[in-house]
Design a protein around this ligand. Structure first.
Ligand code: PMP
Length: 359
């Protein structure tokens, strides 16, 4: 039985990458040493980290006036690092509350003594559509505006960015980095854990405009953009294996046509599933169509027991990790870059079989 992994993250990786890791695990490039044991101060690793940075620059068309940094600590680490490094003039940020992860970012910034103005929220609508700015953003008031480009749990995504009126835009791109095309220069800073679209857990990418990086006293070194930029992300021991595997996934994306092709494939996969759901007599997705995510699709029957039975049925057919997040319930299919079209086809076929048996 072919198994397809619909987990929200850590998530499915390309088979070619898993096979390459397996093949080179005992001896990296004939060195007689494994990636699991080489020094981050070795030429071997220098080539790996520099290659990963270059490939990401290429794929996302990252302009030269941006740094590409690798941190540990996940998106959660960046909920603290971003305000600590960027909210230094006004000590005030604006935020669009589009769901769980935006709320986490708001709470972390507030914990650090930053004033957080939540300018719009769709909480009352269970985040089934995106919040929009109620009025043009006040100029010279905020250090930045924080958005979550893709809401992993609620299944929404910004296909068009809010107009910031000159305010720096910060994007949490954890669940759609390289899965759809954004213009990097629309952002002052982008961050993303790699564990959904581009690698195994362990490394968090920060793409930041160079003029926003400042020397700030009293900052924990591990969150310090200036220090990490000066030390090529190796101020301390980086997540060696995760950076290596991420580099392999980025190469796989390049070989498979780059970000535009990933987006084309993701659109094709997502529309197959949304089309089915919109016609189904059993399952439904409640997200406003214009705001629907390409990478995370929550859906449900409206009956918790039936949802559970559906998840069990899918699991028995090799369609794994479809349980929805507890805040939304139901099912959720994550359709990241490495999920093949055939996986989504298999899912839709099995959902339809289940539907026929239950309506
Ligand atoms: N932001 C988004 C959009 C996420 O989906 C997640 C994780 N699911 C996070 C932030 C938090 O990431 P981490 O678990 O790596 O801290």
């Amino acid at each position: 039985m072919t198994v397809y992994n619909f987990a929200a993250g850590p998530a499915t990786l390309p088979n070619e990458v898993i096979n390459k890791i397996q093949a080179e695990l005992p001896s990296l490039e004939g060195s007689g040493m494994s990636i699991l044991e080489i020094s981050h101060r070795s030429t071997l690793f220098d080539n790996i980290i520099n290659g990963a940075q270059e490939d990401l620059r290429d794929l996302m068309a990252i302009p030269d006036n941006y740094e590409v940094l690798f941190f540990q600590g996940g998106g959660t680490g960046q909920f603290a690092a971003v305000p600590l490094n960027l909210a230094t003039d006004h000590h005030r940020i604006a935020l669009l509350d589009s769901g769980h992860w935006a709320d986490r970012a708001a709470k972390e910034a507030a914990n650090l003594g930053i004033t957080v103005d939540t300018l719009a929220t769709t909480k009352a609508d269970h985040y089934q559509e995106l919040p929009v700015l109620p009025a043009p953003l006040a100029t010279d008031t905020y250090d930045y505006l924080h958005i979550t480009t893709n809401n992993t749990i609620e299944g929404t995504a910004y296909h068009e960015l809010p107009e910031t009126n000159g305010t720096v835009l910060v994007g949490d791109m954890s669940s759609n980095i390289t899965a759809q095309r954004y213009n990097v220069s629309d952002f002052g800073l982008i961050f993303a854990g790699v564990q959904k679209n581009i690698g195994p857990a362990g490394v968090t990418i920060v793409i930041v405009r160079k003029d926003l990086i400042k020397e700030i006293p009293h900052l924990p070194s591990i969150l310090n953009y200036d220090l990490f930029a000066k030390k090529n992300s190796m101020y301390n021991t980086p997540a060696v294996f995760s950076i290596y595997a991420t580099g392999l996934v980025l190469k796989w994306i390049k070989e498979n046509g780059g970000v535009d092709e990933m987006q084309r494939r993701n659109e094709k996969k997502a529309s197959l599933l949304y089309d089915y759901l919109d016609h189904s007599k059993l399952f439904h997705n409640n997200v406003k169509p214009a705001d629907r995510s390409l990478t995370n699709v929550p859906f449900m029957t409206g009956d918790e027991d039936l949802d559970k039975a559906a998840i069990a049925d899918m699991t028995a057919h090799g369609l794994m990790s479809l349980k929805g997040h507890r805040s939304v319930g139901g099912l959720r299919a994550s359709l990241y870059n490495a999920m093949p079209f055939d996986g989504v086809q298999a899912l839709v076929n099995e959902l339809y079989t289940f539907e026929r048996a239950h309506v």
